[in-house]
Ligand binder design. Sequence first.
Ligand SMILES: [Zn+2]
Length: 175
Amino acid sequence: MIGTSVQKEATLSCGHQGLVKVSGNSKAREDKIRWAKEHQLCGDCYKIELAEAREKANATAAAEAKENGLPQLIGSEKQIAWATTIRKNKLEEIDAMMLTPTGDHLRAIEKIKSQTSAKVWIDNREISAYYLLQGVALRFETLDTRIKETVEAYPEHEERIKKNAEYLYSLAPGF
Ligand SMILES: [Zn+2]
């Protein structure tokens, strides 16, 4: 039958026993087992490998932050390590998006860079660089002013303008 897969016990690349998902004919199953013996890690070893990769990424981010003159983050040791990596990735995304930022965008980038709370960075880890920048830049202008001006231009869309503006202003809390 096509699509059925079963779990087969095998010795994995880390030397531990583990389950390998196999399917297809016997040749396909043998190939998968052989692949697993060479490449697949058991659950525990996979977790260790992930943790090591994360630690390495955090160390790289910390070294780069120092080099780039970014402020030291504040929080627990764990929060700082994690947030430093988040900050590095977000700033790189912003950099790639805005090659020559000007005006409010430039101001927003400075404001984002000056954020030293590890918690704020962690809380905002899911937001795209675009919305982070947008959210911060928009707040240079008060919500009321922005709504008033936009409604004056498009009075027929008042409800939608209000909702949209409130949404944009709620982005990137803490920044
Ligand atoms: Zn293992």
